[in-house]
Structure formats: C-alpha cells, structure tokens
Design a protein around this ligand. Structure first.
Ligand SMILES: [Zn+2]
Length: 273
C-alpha cells in the first residue's frame, strides 16, 4: 500500500513491526519501543532503489529480535539486500540496532558521529544523487537529514515531528543551530524541494503540515525563551530546577523533568551567549 496524503492533518495508523509502504519503494517499520521520549516508537525506514537494485536502512532503531526480523523479512520479500545503514544521528533509540544488522548483511553503518558519512560514500552504495545528505544540527551536533531526490522526501530524524516537540538538551545540542535547521527545512519546503517529511518518530507530514509545524516549533521555542529570559533578568533566577518549575508546569510526564532541566540549561546558555 502506498499512503496518499489528504489536505490538513494527516494521521497514520501503524502497527509496530509491520512494514508499511508509505511512498513508492519507501517502507516504514516502526520499532516496538514506545516511551515518553520515543513517542509511539522509532521509525526505521527501508528505502529501495529499484533501478540500481540497492537498498538502505535509515535508523535501524533497537536491537530487538522482532524488529530485526521484520526488516530482514521485508528485504527478503523485495529480493534486494541492503547495501548500507544510515543514521540520522547517533542516539540509542535510532542507532541501537545497527551493529546487529551490520553483521547480518556485512554492510557498513554510516553516520556523522564516527566520521564515516560522506556524499561520495553514499553515492557509491546507492547510485549517484539518489539520496543527498542535508546537515540538520541542533537536536544533536551529528544530526543529518537524508533527501530522497526522486520523491522530494526528507528524512529528518529527531528534528521535527507531527506532534509534540523535539528535545534540544542533550550534551552536544545547540538552540542556535536548531533554529537555523528549522530555517533550512522551511526554505526547502517553500522552494518546493521537499514535498514529504519523514520523521524519526510519529507520522509523515506533507509540505503543508510540515510548514505549519515549523512555525509552531519556532513560536514554542520563542515562548519558552521569553519566559526564561524574564526569570533571568527580572527575577535573577539562575537555578535550572527553579526555572523548570515555573516554565515547564505543563509537563505531560514527570519522567521528563530531567530532560526539561537539560533543555533549560541549553536555553540559558543560548540567552547568555
Ligand atoms: Zn535523538
């Protein structure tokens, strides 16, 4: 089945570990690892280039047997073995299954973190220009997007979701980079280069929905920064726990408090820079 977009909000009902062809040659295999941070589970994308008889796995997610088997069965059904694994970034819920899959097919795993990802290497595995690397730092310094040129589709990892917010608080994250990344994606959408956004969690977005989400993300970030700025300047509040209490009173899950604290620390750093 190939999913068709309709106007307005778009929802995809996906069962974990059941491959779904969302665009021609692009399959979603959602891992069964739902949590407060990984939403309904990590999206593993399996992309087939039927003209060069090659295939890549974007974000192999977790090292669970069921997930690995679902990916292996999909490739067996398509009669195309993957030639490479690609990481949008090296967080465990995206990269955790890479070692195991690398061993199954004896294929490399390319990512920015370990310095193995380059356009020339990618072209050598999948055919020249089939997928282009788009730097999308911010959520982490090694975050990249993969742009599927033929379908004008952009895999975005943890940068932009159909619901909720992206976490910008890990050790090597940067608010300034993240805001630039939103601008970069928005420009690609406005110029018509990107028609579909395929995130690392939750649903696909058409360009209309992705543009709305970018504006919401920017406003959300601006609102948080404004609140923190007031606390810093007016109240002289510098303790991040106290700032979290005041700014993140709407946390949907108490377990997210630590992440909110890390995010506050990054925002304070941004405001003071
Ligand atoms: Zn991440």
């Amino acid at each position: 089945m190939v999913v068709m977009f309709s106007k307005g909000r778009f929802r995809l009902s996906v069962a974990a570990e059941k491959p779904l062809e969302v665009l021609p040659g692009v399959y979603l295999v959602r891992a069964d690892n739902s949590s407060a941070m990984s939403f309904s589970g990590t999206n593993t994308w399996v992309v087939f280039n039927r003209s060069t008889y090659s295939c890549c796995i974007i974000d192999p997610a977790v090292s669970k047997q069921r997930h690995q088997s679902a990916i292996e069965q999909l490739c067996a059904d398509q009669r195309i073995d993957p030639s490479v694994i690609l990481l949008t970034h090296d967080h465990r819920d995206h990269a955790g299954g890479s070692n195991r899959l690398s061993k199954v097919w004896h294929i490399p795993c390319l990512g920015l973190r370990n310095g193995t990802l380059s356009q020339a290497t990618l072209d050598s595995f999948l055919g020249k220009g089939f997928i282009r690397i788009i730097p999308l730092p911010g959520h982490s310094s090694d975050s990249v997007g993969y742009y599927l040129t033929g379908l004008r589709a952009l895999f975005t990892g943890d940068v932009l979701f159909s619901e909720g917010w992206s976490f910008v608080g890990s050790e090597d994250s940067s608010i300034a980079d993240y805001l630039d990344t939103l601008d970069r994606i928005e420009a690609m959408l406005e110029k018509g280069f990107v028609k579909v956004v395929l995130p690392g969690h939750l649903d696909l977005m058409n360009s209309e929905r992705a543009s709305i989400r970018i504006r919401e993300y920017r406003q959300h970030r601006k609102d948080r920064l404004t609140k923190i700025k007031v606390l810093l300047e007016r109240d002289g509040l510098v303790d991040s726990d106290a700032i979290v209490q005041k700014v993140y009173s709407d946390l949907p899950d108490e377990r997210l408090r630590l992440f909110a604290k890390r995010s506050v620390e990054k925002q304070v750093k941004y405001l003071l820079s």
